[in-house]
Design a protein around this ligand. Structure first.
Ligand code: PEP
Ligand code: MN
Length: 241
């Protein structure tokens, strides 16, 4: 379980959330320091300052840090701070970036592009592995469809299908995958039941005032309740908790 804010906004915000998700049972802390935003005028992330805050959160909690690297020239910097390099949906076919993280010696969380087929997704993972980095996690984070009640359509069938054709672990991101905080809990339960190897969830201590993705962020209390429900589901489908 990887949980944390969409963006690192401040030291206080990040540390508060980190302690809360650790307490509830998360093993990884997510948080963007480099943010891929639709508008160039929107908050772009705290960059290295954000990475330093994440490193402090790791020191205090022991959580592994999962954070996005957006460009080839950021790989060294992000690798110095992160435990897992996240390649975002918008960069799934940035082949230079895939090659660069393939040369890094850190695990990679590769997000499915919002218009990518599973085959394209798997071939993107191949770019990373072909450079010698076999530590790749596939992250389904929803695809773009005509449907409007959700931000993205979370393709949960990707879990068993990716397991059928690949040995790589599959992580579900129901936060980007739905865009709605009230849908996160159900999609997490379904993902666990479907055999997902991991979950990555956006948790914010004040979702209404989050700088990014507040509408899809759950509170630490909701996260804690959800963790309890997920454990019950995992047990019910004979999975380890
Ligand atoms: C995120 O995890 O906050 C994010 C931007 O993800 P994606 O690349 O899946 O949109
Ligand atoms: Mn986000």
């Amino acid at each position: 379980m990887i949980a944390g804010p969409c963006s690192v906004e401040s030291k206080q915000q990040t540390l508060e959330i980190a302690h809360a998700v650790k307490e509830a049972g998360a093993v990884g802390l997510r948080g963007g320091a480099f943010k891929p935003r639709t508008s160039p005028y929107a908050f772009q992330g705290l960059a290295e300052k954000g990475l330093q805050i994440l490193a402090e959160a790791r020191e205090q909690t022991g959580l592994a840090i999962v954070t996005e690297v957006m460009a080839v020239d950021q790989v060294k910097l992000v690798t110095d701070y992160a435990d897992v390099l996240q390649v975002g949906a918008r960069n799934m076919q940035n082949f230079n970036l895939l090659n660069a993280v393939g040369e890094a010696r850190k695990p990679v969380l590769l997000k499915r592009g919002m218009s990518a087929t599973l085959e394209e997704f798997l071939l993107a993972a191949e770019y990373i592995m072909s450079k010698g980095n076999s530590q790749v996690m596939l992250c389904e984070r929803g695809i773009r469809t005509y449907e409007e009640y959700v931000r993205n359509t979370l393709a949960l069938a990707a879990v068993p299908e990716l397991h059928r054709v690949s040995h790589l672990p599959v992580v579900i991101d129901p936060s980007q995958g739905t865009g709605k905080n009230h849908l996160v809990d159900s999609m997490c339960r379904a993902a666990v039941a479907a055999g997902a190897d991991g979950l990555i969830i956006e948790v914010h201590n004040d979702p209404e005032h989050a700088m990014t993705d507040g509408a899809q962020s759950i509170t630490p209390k909701q996260f804690d309740d959800m963790m309890k429900a997920i454990r019950r589901i995992a047990l019910a489908v004979d999975r380890e908790v």
